[in-house]
Every structure is written in structure tokens, then in C-alpha cells.
Design a protein around this ligand. Structure first.
Ligand SMILES: C[S@@+](CC[C@H](N)C(=O)[O-])C[C@H]1O[C@@H](n2cnc3c(N)ncnc32)[C@H](O)[C@@H]1O
Ligand SMILES: [Zn+2]
Length: 158
């Protein structure tokens, strides 16, 4: 039967990644500065996150920390944004818009390219060799920093 429904091809798809587990790949050319998807999930306070993951030492995370202290846990109600891996040379960025987070392209992306953004993970504790090993980056970028952790901000000594 004939149908007027126009099939819209998805711009990206989740599949196995060489960086880690599942990743998200462009299925077509995507122009620079395109809003791709919202980072969805359950909103929790830091206390709720601490309670939920109290016994969890695994650095693998679907958590996204917001500036207001809340956290999005994409393991509950998350969409395919949760599969986007970190890169030290990212082609996307996470953009804060109101109280929502969107993933947007930083530059034009070719079909087949893996989407990535800088997680910017900041840990309060000292970045010991053990911690750096746990958070080792496998993005494969020429100038990969070797860790998905954000460098510590230098504080001025008096
Ligand atoms: C939001 S998930 C991304 C999807 C992930 N690949 C998966 O299959 O579950 C984030 C986790 O993926 C892993 N990951 C993401 N980017 C990485 C990278 N560049 N190097 C190593 N592990 C990475 C880390 O374990 C991180 O906590
Ligand atoms: Zn890297």
C-alpha cells in the first residue's frame, strides 16, 4: 500500500567501538554546530548518587554531573547519548542549555566517524598512578592525554 510517510534516516547509530564497548557513529555527513541529541536520564542529587553507587568501584559510568550539583544518571531512562565515548580530540561537545545537556558537533563529521566529546571528569582526590590507570583513555588521538580525567586546576601558592 502506498504511504506518504517519509522515512528519515538516522544521523547516527550505536555499535561496537574500538575505543571502548559501544560507541556512536555518524551514518551521514553532519555539519558543524549541529545539535544531535539530549543527554537523557534520571536526575539525582550527589547524595542520591553516592547512595546508589556506594559499593561501586568501577570507573565505568553513565553519570553526567551538572554545574548545579545535580547529576544525570543515563543508566535509568537514558538514550543513545549514553554510548558516546570520550576523546582528547573530540568532534562534539556537551552543551548546557537551561537545565538540559545536549551533544552538538564541533566540526563537520564524515559518515562512519565515531562521535566523541571531552568528558571533563574532575575528581577531587589526588590523581595517583592507580587512579590514572583506572581512568586510562583509549581514544587513539595523536595527542591523547592518556587519561579521561581533566587535569587538576593549578592553585596559586602564597
Ligand atoms: C557513557 S559510557 C560510554 C559508553 C561505553 N563505551 C559503553 O559501552 O558503556 C562512559 C564509559 O565508557 C568508557 N570510556 C568512554 N570513553 C573512553 C575512552 N576514551 N577511553 C577509555 N574508556 C572510555 C569509560 O569506562 C566511561 O566511564
Ligand atoms: Zn585520549
Amino acid at each position: 500500500m502506498a504511504s506518504n510517510k517519509r522515512k528519515t534516516q538516522r544521523r547516527f547509530v550505536a555499535r561496537n567501538s574500538g575505543i571502548h564497548g559501544k560507541g556512536v557513529f555518524a551514518t551521514m555527513r553532519i555539519p558543524a554546530h549541529t545539535r544531535l541529541i539530549e543527554y537523557k536520564g534520571q536526575r539525582l542529587s550527589e547524595a542520591q548518587v553516592d547512595k546508589r553507587y556506594a559499593d561501586d568501584d568501577d570507573p565505568h559510568t553513565f553519570l553526567f554531573s551538572l554545574d548545579d550539583g545535580m547529576v544525570i544518571d543515563a543508566s535509568v531512562g537514558g538514550n543513545s547519548a549514553r554510548w558516546i565515548n570520550h576523546s582528547c580530540a573530540p568532534n562534539c561537545e556537551a552543551v548546557d542549555d537551561g537545565d538540559r545537556i545536549y551533544i552538538e558537533t564541533l566540526r563537520a563529521i564524515r559518515p562512519g566517524e565515531e562521535l566523541s566529546y571531552n568528558y571533563g571528569i574532575e575528581l577531587e582526590e589526588r590523581h595517583t598512578p592507580e587512579l590514572k590507570r583506572l581512568y586510562q583513555c583509549r581514544c587513539g588521538a595523536r595527542h591523547c592525554k592518556g587519561t579521561i580525567l581533566q587535569p587538576k586546576k593549578k592553585t596559586k601558592k602564597k
